[in-house]
Design a protein around this ligand. Sequence first.
Ligand code: CUA
Length: 334
Amino acid sequence: LWRFIPLFGLMMMLLAGCGDKTISTLQPRGPVARDQLFLMKLSFGIMLLVVVVVFLIYLYVLVRFRKKKGDKDIVPKQVEGSHTLEIIWTVIPIILLLVLAVPTVQYTFKVLEDHRQNKDAIHVKVTAHAFWWQFEYPELGIATAQDLVIPTGKKIAFELTSADVKHSFWVPSLGGKMDTNPGLTNVYYLQADEVDTFKGKCAELCGASHSLMDFKVKSMDPAAFDQWVAKMKTPAVVPADAKAGEQVFKDNCLSCHAVNAQGLGAGPNLNGLASRELIAGILPHNDDSLKKWITNPQSVKPGTQMPAFGPTGAKLQDQQINDVIKYLDSLQLK
Ligand code: CUA
């Protein structure tokens, strides 16, 4: 038993790590996550029941049929080919599996049905790229990346696909996960109860920076969401001191990065970038992070398609990079 103490300690530590309520399946923050937690509890309950019953029988047999003093080597009663026993241990698992399967299948169809029925849902097209997320709002005429913004209390109907390899879209607090496959569109929906920022993850091993393929889901009350949409559609006014950087950006970055409301490209849309919390989905948003990302993106996200523009890429002078950063800092949502 003592050998297991470190193992128990490790398990406690792992469980203690589950306290972040912006990324916890066990603390659902929307109806989809709640339904899924119910299914998890149901399957866990069934497994627990099986374990307890099997162990009780096992303990009973250990005690009841132990070798007592004076016992000779007796061959116990042979039960091979017993139809009664075989029927019992076939029927019980079938019943348990049915108890689990019926609500699971019901739930799966409910998700698809909800997706079809909800005419007033907000549609978001998700395209996964190695190693970032593109979000389009076709009805609203906007597109963004890395920060998914949604209104609270409303169904968000997703259409998910991938631009390269298989990824998987997962927001533990709201529900998931759903694979994004190249050449195929999966549907799914999520809904958030309250205003918060949730963490999202790629949940399918997809390459060197799989574990860095994070995103955020910001839920806002519907009025704030409408304001955000309006701001996204308002073209940024470039201040005079950022004009030089704007030109450098046009010459070097615009071929991949759109900076208007709904442009798409090989890289993330950067409209309103200065109002996002993170750079490349993982670095804190400041000029140092921007510089690090522009000059040596491989040091941040190995395998990224973003080319290096610094000394290793030798494409831009230091001054030009500082100008671009000044320009990027001007991309505020107003
Ligand atoms: Cu994308 Cu893992």
